[in-house]
Write a protein of this length. Structure first.
Length: 174
């Protein structure tokens, strides 16, 4: 399966590396060119035990790569994961979905054919519906099947592969 992972923070990078390790073709996309250049050099911007080796082995196997432009990776993807930042808004502390909404619109313009779109589960309830609305509004021809799905983020410390594939995973995709 071809996966486009939008965002290379903790959730995006760990999940992308793990999906690549499972044998999928993954492109992690970020608008921060310096961050992408560093990742291409093998410099991992977060600490997670074993992540540097996981990224290196999957880059070497050509299952994991990095890009600043999401158009081609999204157009070729079977699944697109939105793992961009959701900082707290000033004043009320609610999640700021500006980056999620911007990513949804940009993804919509690049979608070609049937594609599963997944948000990280740390976004507020209803975000998937809003992302789907934005995608369909931006690209009425977009085929996202039964709607935008919600995934489970990597969390905690330890082996990143266990965080994504452990026994607590796979119970929540709707």
């Amino acid at each position: 399966m071809r996966i486009a992972m939008i965002g290379t923070g903790y959730v995006g990078l760990v999940s992308g590396a793990c999906f690549a390790d499972f044998g999928h073709q993954v492109t992690c996309v970020d608008t921060d060119g310096d961050k992408i250049a560093a990742l291409r050099r093998g410099e991992i911007p977060i600490f997670e035990p074993g992540l540097d080796a996981l990224v290196a082995s999957n880059v070497k196997a050509r299952r994991l790569d990095f890009a600043t432009d999401l158009a081609a990776p999204v157009a070729e993807a079977d699944a697109v994961f939105i793992a961009v930042g959701t900082p707290s808004r000033r004043g009320d502390g609610h999640a700021d979905l500006t980056y999620v909404h911007a990513a949804a619109r940009e993804i919509a313009r690049a979608l070609r054919g049937f594609t599963v779109v997944v948000t990280k589960s740390t976004v507020p309830v209803g975000t998937g519906d809003e992302v789907e609305r934005l995608i369909r509004e931006t690209n009425p021809e977009a085929d996202v099947g039964g709607g935008v799905q919600s995934g489970i983020p990597a969390r905690g410390r330890g082996d990143p592969r266990l965080q994504v594939s452990g026994p607590h995973r796979g119970r929540h995709l709707g």
